[in-house]
Design a protein around this ligand. Structure first.
Ligand SMILES: C[S@@+](CC[C@H](N)C(=O)[O-])C[C@H]1O[C@@H](n2cnc3c(N)ncnc32)[C@H](O)[C@@H]1O
Length: 277
């Protein structure tokens, strides 16, 4: 929804264009996304969202932009394939020019992946040729086997996207995924990911910001977080070198094109790491 609303803004104002985002929406969300195609509708829809879910829309928009830029730069810098872990409705393999010409492996749980594929077929008649859809359950089988079975080239410089997923995993699943990524042998491969600051998970009840209380209410509470103060060591211990790490609030403070950023939470973070020697 947030990506569809942002994509409906005028070309000079929006941070990215995801022309596929709307096709995954139904009902009120679809109506809202369509309404946001003109200035008055955009203001109305954004103020409704921002009043009810303060900070989450600008945070999602800026994280999309940060990750788009990182993925494009890594591919332009020589990476030859992309793996999207817990892809959901990520359409970077279809919309980022640098990703459209390389193999993209989308991993997700089968129900979400099947729904995504059927919406794309309804929209375009076909599925994109460069994308391989890999059904998996990260908690059950990890990422290595499913990716290798699907033809992912280990030892090849790659970009891994892990957006909006870590907070639902276990420490063991996060560790084994990072260790598999760093162990694929592809020096210079990039991992761009989001996480919540572990300090948030220590808050309870009234101490919780509205966003985390909201995700908990819909049955998807944040369960896992990392400490920004130690993330460099955390990644280093798992064979990865931290390149950058910032909260979406910090990133929004540099971005004047997005309104409502003042409410973005400082606990939601985006980071990029590199597979070292
Ligand atoms: C919040 S969505 C994020 C989707 C997408 N990466 C994005 O940022 O728009 C979380 C995604 O992680 C996937 N996911 C969560 N737990 C998973 C697991 N155990 N195995 C595989 N995928 C999982 C969900 O199916 C969903 O697509």
């Amino acid at each position: 929804m947030f990506r569809a609303v942002e994509s409906a803004r005028a070309e000079r104002d929006r941070l990215f264009d995801d022309p596929y985002a709307e096709c995954f929406l139904d009902g009120k969300l679809k109506v809202g996304a369509r309404l946001s195609g003109n200035r008055a509708g955009q203001r109305l829809v954004c103020s409704y969202i921002d009043r009810n879910w303060p900070g989450s829309r600008p945070s999602a928009v800026i994280r999309t932009k940060l990750i788009d830029d990182s993925v494009s730069a890594a591919l332009e810098g020589g990476a030859g394939q992309v793996a999207i872990l817990g892809a959901g409705y990520d359409t970077r393999g279809l919309r980022l020019p640098a990703a459209m010409s390389v193999p993209v492996f989308e991993l997700d749980q089968p129900p979400t992946q099947e729904r995504k594929k059927s919406r794309l077929v309804e929209r375009d008649g076909v599925l994109p040729e460069n994308v391989t859809y890999v059904p998996f359950d990260l908690l059950e089988e990890g990422v290595g086997m499913p990716l290798e079975r699907a033809g992912f080239g280990t030892g090849r410089r790659s970009v891994f996207i892990w957006e909006g997923v870590l907070s639902y995993l276990t420490p063991e699943a996060v560790d084994s995924t990072l260790e598999w990524i760093s162990g694929t042998g592809a020096t210079g491969s990039r991992l761009v990911f989001t996480y919540v600051d572990v300090a948030l998970l220590r808050e309870s009840g009234d101490g919780q910001p509205p966003w985390s209380a909201q995700v908990a209410r819909v049955g998807e509470p944040f369960r896992y977080g990392l400490d920004p103060a130690t993330i460099e060591t955390f990644l280093g211990d798992r064979g990865l070198r931290l390149i950058w790490d910032e909260s979406t609030a910090e990133a929004l403070s540099r971005e004047t094109r997005i309104r409502g950023g003042g409410n973005a939470p400082s606990f939601y973070r985006v980071a990029e790491a590199e597979v070292g020697l």
